[in-house]
Design a protein around this ligand. Structure first.
Ligand SMILES: [Zn+2]
Length: 294
């Protein structure tokens, strides 16, 4: 049986909007009845719990009995994911209740271009236009899924409905798509321990914190502090981790600070020989990397 996907926001009878976390407060701060944060459907608050299989279910608002969302409601997960699938047929496959993003290496723009010097369709993947590649279908689908999951506040039950597939390997969504603000330590650990031969493309979503003028590199914001240590997010060895998107052309990408981007491709860990931060880097335009604003 599939878990219901929580509605992350509700509006109370006094028209005040509440996130899902207030459900756990004692006393609950809202005045019932509650309606869906995206439409007028009546909803009920449900406290978080752990399923028998050990999956965490965050607190959520659930539709009242016999009630359904109004057409076009942003929090109607089934409708939203259905439309996402329709828009990305050929890249997102439906397998029962699961949606599988098919990864490929078509982003090898420069290699593809050199193999086929004539302007075949693959050449459209070559990276020009101030370094921003045309939105590749895989990247577009990945960013749409990331956006949808963000709308549902990274609900584990929503994430559990997605997979990525690379060749024959099926990858859990959390091992494919990372939020720079939350999953950086795990990403760094995975990149540092996975052998290159068995690696696969990954997507990292994050807010641009700094654009380096010298080469147009985009530094993504990491969470201010590690909840465990209350200090900066650091690797296992206590070294700070920095996620960076680097244009291989060395030219500006036309992306401004505070924009949210998704970088897709082969992320690589790198530490300067002289020491310093651990970088997790995606080279754009070469080494199979591409980027889109979210
Ligand atoms: Zn709704």
């Amino acid at each position: 049986m599939i878990m219901s996907i929580g509605i992350p926001r509700a509006v109370d009878v006094e028209k005040r909007s509440f996130d899902r976390w207030v459900i756990e407060l004692e006393p609950q701060p809202f005045a019932r009845p509650l309606s869906c944060g995206g439409c007028h459907a009546r909803v009920e608050p449900v406290t978080g719990y752990m399923t028998r299989k050990g999956t965490t279910v965050d607190p959520l608002y659930r539709l009242g009995r016999g009630v359904s969302h109004e057409n076009g409601c942003v929090y109607d997960f089934d409708a939203q994911v259905g439309q996402l699938h329709q828009r990305n047929v050929g890249v997102v496959e439906k397998d029962g209740d699961l949606y599988v993003l098919v990864l490929n290496m078509e982003l090898e723009g420069e290699q593809a271009a050199s193999k086929d010097a004539k302007s075949g369709p693959r050449n459209r993947l070559a990276f020009s236009r101030v370094g921003i590649p045309p939105l590749h279908p895989t990247l577009r689908a990945a960013s749409e899924i990331a956006k949808l999951l963000r709308k549902f506040e990274h609900d584990p039950a929503a994430k559990a409905r997605f997979r990525a597939r690379y060749g024959r390997r099926v990858i859990a969504w959390e091992n494919f798509c990372f939020d720079a603000a939350h999953d950086l330590k795990r990403l760094h650990r995975m990149l540092s321990t996975t052998r290159v031969e068995v690696d696969h493309p990954r997507a990292v979503v994050g807010r641009v914190e700094h654009v380096r003028q010298r080469d147009g590199s985009l530094y993504l914001a990491v969470r201010e502090s590690d909840p465990a240590t209350r200090g900066p997010v650091r690797s296992g060895e206590g070294v700070p981790i920095k996620p960076v998107l680097r244009p291989s052309s060395g030219s500006a990408l036309g992306v401004a600070v505070d924009e949210t981007v998704v970088g897709y491709g082969m992320w690589i860990p790198w530490t300067p020989p002289s020491g310093g931060p651990h970088y997790v880097t995606l080279w754009l335009g070469a080494h199979r990397g591409a980027m889109a604003t979210l």
